[in-house]
Design a protein around this ligand. Sequence first.
Ligand code: NAD
Length: 418
Amino acid sequence: MVNGINERDARYLDGAFSALEICDDTRELIAGTHREVEFDITLHLAGGERASFRGYRVQHDRNLGPFKGGLRFHPEVTRGHLRDLAASMSWKAALNDLPFGGAKGGVDCDPRRLAKRDQREITRRYVDKVGNLIGPELDIAAPDMGTDEETMAWFYDAYGLQHGDQPGVVTGKPIALHGSYGRRAATGEGVALVTTLAAHRGRVDLDGARVAIQGFGNVASFAAERLREHGARIVAVSDSAGGCFDADGLDVTGIKNRRDRARAEGERLSVAEAAHRGDELSTEELLALDVDILIPAAIEYVIDADNADEVAAGLVVEGANLPITADGASALEDRGVAVVPDIMANAGGVIVSYLEWVQNRQGMRWSADEVQQGMEQRMRSAWERLCDVAESDDCGYRQAAFNIAVERINTAISYRGV
Ligand code: NAD
């Protein structure tokens, strides 16, 4: 990590600083964190025992607008990792021309081991601790690992008790409580859209193209369904228990339906069990499959120096955040593999979050079609700009993405006279 930013992004950030000839003082302003708070959350759990957790909010940059970033409940949450994720949100917002800076928050609790009542209490106490630093014009939260729309509803309610009713303090809320249509599917839909655009630019015919997707959670499953609708053959998907492969293409909607039905009945069904046909394969084997397009959409750092040479796909789309390490990115770049960076590929979620915030500020609701169009329009225009800069600066997609993001933040800083 450099300045709290992971080695990979720090390298491309440096590349942007050099390309834009940004002076040392401004480099520090852009890379550094604006504010970090850390506190204890102590409560009596449903079982009667007292427990204490560590909570954090990291606010990275506010030059383009209020801070915006998720709230993570995970036992391995650390301040350093949140700092990295907050910076990544700043680049993502700037690249996609959203009027936000980046932030991230978290509590080192394990929601799988906590009663719902305890999760609600932790959320309320978290809001109490950060209450004066957040708000619709200050810092807007959203769901992340371990939190969902219900958590966001508690968040909104707790904030309202202190500050009056302000739905724009948090996005990713339930539809019934000022949420937006389209938020749940947005990230996966955006991944599918960018994959279509990148395939077109790389002259890969999506009709019949072989696609392997690591993961089958929120992002991966919606991306898989949309790409299949566009004619792609989803030959492999996986989850933490492993994956399944079928050269003729998997019925991803069938897999999703069977898995979700089992889940509703309290059972766990892996994708391999839900697939009914095809061969089992490990999630590592999936990355090396002979396919046209590979979409890592599960967890971080799965492609590194050790396995980057095994990637056979000519196009890799980062559905997950940070699925490729610094050395993995260099190895793929050296081999001429086109990689669409996470800050472009998975921006659909934060774009629809932005649209939710806009609806909340106006006190109105748009139809699912209007939200979908708004997201598509923004992603298409960010992608076109990315391609233009990749061409004019003669660089890969990731460097172009950082050049655009840094230039926007730098321009805002100079007009502000900071
Ligand atoms: P999720 O929890 O819904 O799904 C994660 C998937 O990864 C699950 O299928 C899980 O089984 C699988 N998985 C876990 N460990 C694995 C392993 N070792 N090998 C293969 N698969 C494994 O999460 P999600 O919301 O789909 O998020 C996936 C990624 O996308 C994360 O990096 C997240 O930060 C990023 N992301 C999500 C959103 C969003 O709106 N959900 C937005 C931007 C970025």
